[in-house]
Design a protein around this ligand. Structure first.
Ligand SMILES: Cc1cc2nc3c(=O)[nH]c(=O)nc-3n(C[C@H](O)[C@H](O)[C@H](O)COP(=O)(O)OP(=O)(O)OC[C@H]3O[C@@H](n4cnc5c(N)ncnc54)[C@H](O)[C@@H]3O)c2cc1C
Length: 612
């Protein structure tokens, strides 16, 4: 019944989005030639590449091109990119600029607090007559792109946008009645049986004729504060942002770990997945290229009768499908990053405990697998999907924090922070999607530890205080004999915490909370039936999200000025990692496939404990 309500009721915002797209579709057929074209990258998230970049290709086809990048992080509000994300953008942009220079042009960079008016300024100073860009599907971008189109068309400038981020546009994948799907399985089945394949990727341009940008100077963009630079320094040992490196990473994955993806995917402590998520997020590699390259392998392995290979390809494509679905959900339900899709969740009595929330963020819950994950995330910006599930599930089910808190923390700390995937991940875990996990079931991190880290290596790497504990106790140190703890220098409650919450008690508390939720939901329904209140059933506009804890507000500090540019320097102690060693980083497989995390144990960094 709830599913029916989701598809049949559209909020004002959904109508606005649908209307916008209807207009966008009808306008995009128009083509204006002549003059200078502007290839605009605003809100730099999905197209930092030359290959399979339809906006760039269209610009190049229509004449001289000026490529412009506008950096306006304040426009994102709460979702201003975190420290590691900004590090990635900085590297990836430098790479793109150097590639553009080889083809005959360079990137104009602009610092702005209003990207639409900056774009208009660039258009006026360069005399551009057309603007090309690749579109996005999150609500913040949709509204802004709409504003840009209206502003520019009022000035007589045409704007054309293209799909560079998805296999199929959201409005192409609908059921037989033309309605959107609400479950991943139905959505993905339809994608796989579409009568036509996703478009083949475009080749990079061979040469770009540069437009005249002499009256449009670049701003010097600052992406990191001085204190963040120290924390970011070692990221470069593990990752090489940039579109051509992304291409190599894809090839390395397809020729290496892909064949065992299905078998190894759940091993949290080894390089068995593709590590493509930041590349896909920033658009360094196109999802269409990934899809077609994987499909080529699929055909090969099917012809060879390679069952393991086929299983791996199917599972990997399903992962890509989840990414597609995240954008699909965001498109049809634009406020799912703030509100649960299923309305009953708004009656869930979330626990608002900032002290425990801090313990979770800092990896001090007393559950080694959870703590190891949170410290890895904090130190490196990376987490394997399995560990994301463990720590997020612990956050919403055991500690019962509002799911939006964890989602925001992931957003601030992940290298691949992606609003749509992050939202989907947290909503799936919380059971707020029709085919998500059951909210009721709690997985005990101790048993999860036996499954995903049977030798305790992952925990030992990230929790130096437990490094000497024998494997049999690694995932439940509280059961270890006192003599063992003493011999290993562990004092529970002192240098490593006792569990902050007992799992059995958490299960009981969750049951009670769910029963309370259903009672409140029933009371609200009764009120509607008695005509006392307006309807509910899915997230409504009057939903009031629980405020983020003070420590997570990420308010801009006094801006640091650097010539004419500035960066919002943010006060957020969890984001600063004063001491890290290279042993914490995965080395990308581009040139070599050595995992240096496994080879250096003694130089393990200390994760500082910040007093509560
Ligand atoms: C609570 C939670 C939060 C998450 N937040 C993010 C996020 O901010 N950004 C992000 O990119 N992914 C997020 N994910 C999804 C997933 O964990 C990562 O995409 C994956 O771990 C990245 O590693 P990989 O590139 O090696 O993935 P692979 O296993 O190699 O998968 C290939 C690609 O498929 C996509 N993909 C895989 N799983 C998912 C998924 N569950 N949802 C959406 N796309 C998926 C990614 O683009 C990924 O790069 C989240 C998952 C959870 C449970």
């Amino acid at each position: 019944m709830l599913i029916g309500m989701i598809s049949s009721r559209f909020s004002g915002t959904q109508r606005l989005v649908a209307a916008y797209f209807a207009r966008r579709c009808s306008r995009s057929v128009a083509f204006f030639s002549g003059g200078v074209s502007l290839y605009a990258i605003r809100r730099p998230r999905r197209d930092l590449r030359l290959e399979d970049n339809p906006a760039l290709a269209a610009g190049v086809r229509s004449g001289p091109v000026i490529a412009v990048f506008i950096w306006a992080p304040e426009e994102e509000g709460y979702y201003c990119p975190g420290r590691v994300s900004r590090w990635w953008i900085k590297q990836s942009l430098a790479h793109l600029d150097s590639s553009l220079k080889k083809l005959g042009t360079s990137l104009i960079t602009k610092r702005s607090t209003d990207s639409v008016s900056s774009l208009l300024d660039v258009v006026k100073s360069t005399g551009a007559t057309q603007v090309f860009f690749n579109h996005l599907y999150d609500p913040i971008s949709l509204v802004r792109d709409n504003r840009a189109k209206e502003t520019l068309s009022a000035e007589g400038v045409s704007m054309r946008s293209f799909n560079a981020d998805l296999l199929y546009e959201p409005w192409e994948v609908v059921d037989d009645e033309g309605l959107p799907f609400n479950t991943f399985s139905d959505f993905w089945e339809r994608c796989l049986t579409m009568p036509y394949d996703p478009e083949a990727p475009l080749l990079p341009p061979k040469r770009i004729i540069s437009g005249d940008s002499s009256r449009c100077s670049s701003d010097n963009l600052v992406f990191e504060s001085e204190s963040e630079k120290g924390s970011n320094a070692l990221l470069a040992r593990a990752w090489s942002p940039g579109w051509s490196n992304a291409d190599k990473a894809l090839t390395t994955f397809i020729n290496g770990p892909l064949i065992e993806y299905s078998k190894n995917r759940k091993k949290a402590d080894s390089a068995t997945t593709s590590f493509l998520s930041p590349r896909l997020h920033f658009g360094e590699v196109s999802v269409r290229k990934v899809f077609h390259s994987i499909r080529t392998k699929q055909t090969l392995w099917a012809n060879e009768g390679n069952k393991a290979g086929e299983d791996s390809v199917n599972l990997f494509l399903k992962s890509i499908g989840l990414r597609e679905f995240s954008r699909y959900m965001s498109f049809y339900h634009p406020y799912t990053h703030e509100r649960p899709l299923l309305g009953h969740l708004k009656y869930f009595p979330w626990l608002v405990d900032e002290g425990y929330f801090k313990a979770w963020r800092q990896g001090r819950t007393g559950y080694p697998l959870v703590d190891a994950g949170m410290r890895e995330l904090w130190a490196t910006g990376w987490l394997h999907d399995r560990i994301r599930v463990v720590v997020s599930s612990f956050s919403v089910k055991v500690l019962q924090f509002p799911w939006t808190w964890g989602m925001k923390y992931f957003w601030d700390t992940l290298l691949d922070a992606d609003l749509e995937s992050d939202t989907l991940g947290w909503q799936l875990i919380t059971g707020t999607l029709p085919d998500g996990c059951e909210f009721l079931g709690i997985d005990n991190p101790q048993f999860e530890g036996y499954k995903f880290d049977p030798n305790g290596e992952y925990v030992r790497r990230w929790l130096p205080e437990l490094a000497r504990l024998p494997t049999e106790w690694t995932h439940h140190p509280w059961d270890a004999p006192e003599s063992v703890l003493q011999a290993d220098g562990i004092e529970l409650g002192s240098n490593y915490p006792l569990p902050i919450v007992e799992i059995d008690a958490a299960k009981e508390r969750l049951k009670e909370a769910l029963s309370q939720m259903w009672q409140l939901e029933a009371a609200a329904r009764a009120a509607i039936e008695n005509g006392m209140e307006e309807g509910h059933g899915h997230s409504t506009d009057e939903f009031v999200p629980i405020a983020f804890p003070q420590a997570m507000q990420m308010e801009p500090e006094v801006p640091v000025r650097n010539n004419s540019t500035m960066i919002a320097n943010r006060r957020y102690e969890d984001q600063i990692v004063p001491s890290m060693s290279s042993s914490f980083f995965r080395t990308e497989d581009e040139e070599s496939s050595v995992d240096i995390r496994n080879s250096v144990i003694d130089s393990r960094a200390e994760v500082p404990i910040i007093s509560m």
